[in-house]
Design a protein around this ligand. Structure first.
Ligand code: ASP
Ligand code: MG
Length: 311
């Protein structure tokens, strides 16, 4: 999709804003093909994690301790959903990063979840084609893993998925006019920006307190994965686990320490283990697979920034 500086064209508005109740039979057929690819993708990925010894944990929606999404130059949140329940202030989940680190330290050395994330993006993000105000993250974490371990795991996972879908979703891909090929490994690594035409990693981005920062060199041990002709589909890092570093980053960044009491107490007593992980934007991955113009096309009930439908 080609958009000019965030302007939403009439074409896009008309196409994007359709709920399933408004779709033509032809559009419904496309939606069904995407749904079938979604089922096959989730089935493949969850199976791969389970086979790889990962524990599947159920998601949390309301919590005191959600991803601050700050400071992150890419974030564009216009509102944080905060509600009071049982006399306590909680937020709608922006990502389960704190829960992943905690559970990976205390419970399971390898875990993943399919987690609904609520991010009330600024309205101009409707035009990027890759933002939705509710989406699902396939979020995972591994104790004592390095960045390289996670990158290799992701590369193998995605190459395996593409090879699988080429065979198992042949009909659907044909209907969608999509021809996928398995990329070469390892993917290239860039600092700052990558090459739009290939699978590539972008590393070393200053952002939230939980990503590992080397205070001596100023380098960040984190990574985003970009898909060709699409954009970012995954972000992750090696994590901070030392109390003093976490506290000093929270203070530096103006992050509310009272929201992360459990994490801070565990870190203080040395119970947070070194971990690394990442999260895949499920709708983004499927939109790329299907060649969709907008992530909302792969959502049965579109969640486009700025547009609240009837369903
Ligand atoms: N899931 C990401 C991570 O594991 C955090 C995010 O949602 O941006 O680092
Ligand atoms: Mg992030």
């Amino acid at each position: 999709m080609f958009l000019f500086h965030g302007v939403i064209t009439h074409f896009m508005q008309a196409e994007m804003l359709k709920e399933i109740t408004d779709l033509s039979e032809e559009e419904l057929e496309r939606k069904r093909a995407i749904g079938s690819i979604t089922t096959k993708t989730l089935s493949y990925l969850t199976q791969a994690f389970v086979t790889g010894g990962f524990n599947w944990i159920l998601p949390v929606v309301f919590s005191k301790a959600t991803d601050p999404l700050w400071p992150d130059p890419q974030a564009s949140i216009e509102k944080r959903v905060e509600v009071e329940i049982y006399g306590r202030e909680v937020r709608a989940m922006q990502s389960m990063i704190v829960h992943k680190i905690t559970a990976c330290s205390l419970l399971y050395g390898r875990l993943f979840t399919l987690s609904p994330n609520i991010r009330i993006e600024r309205r101009d993000r409707a035009a990027t084609g890759i933002h939705a105000y509710e989406f699902t993250q396939l979020d995972f974490e591994v104790r004592h893993a390095s960045s390289r371990d996670i990158m290799k795991l992701v590369e193998d996972l995605l190459c395996g998925l593409i090879a699988h879908l080429r065979v198992e979703a042949k009909e659907e891909l044909k209907l969608l006019g999509r021809d996928l090929s398995v990329p070469e490994r390892p993917f290239r690594i860039y600092e700052v920006t990558g090459n739009e035409k290939e699978f590539c990693w972008v590393v070393n981005m200053p952002r939230e307190f939980y990503d590992f920062e080397d205070f001596d060199t100023g380098k960040w041990d984190n990574y985003d994965l970009y898909l060709p002709g699409f954009g970012e589909v995954l972000s992750g890092s090696r994590r901070e686990y030392e109390y003093q570093k976490i506290i000093s980053k929270m203070e530096r960044d103006g992050v509310r320490k009272e929201s992360y009491k459990a994490l801070l107490e565990l870190a203080k007593s040395g119970r947070i283990k070194p971990t690394a992980g990442a999260g895949i934007g499920v709708e983004r991955l499927i939109a790329w697979i299907c060649g969709s113009k907008h992530v909302c096309e792969v959502q049965p009930f579109p969640r486009i920034p700025g547009f609240v439908g009837e369903l």
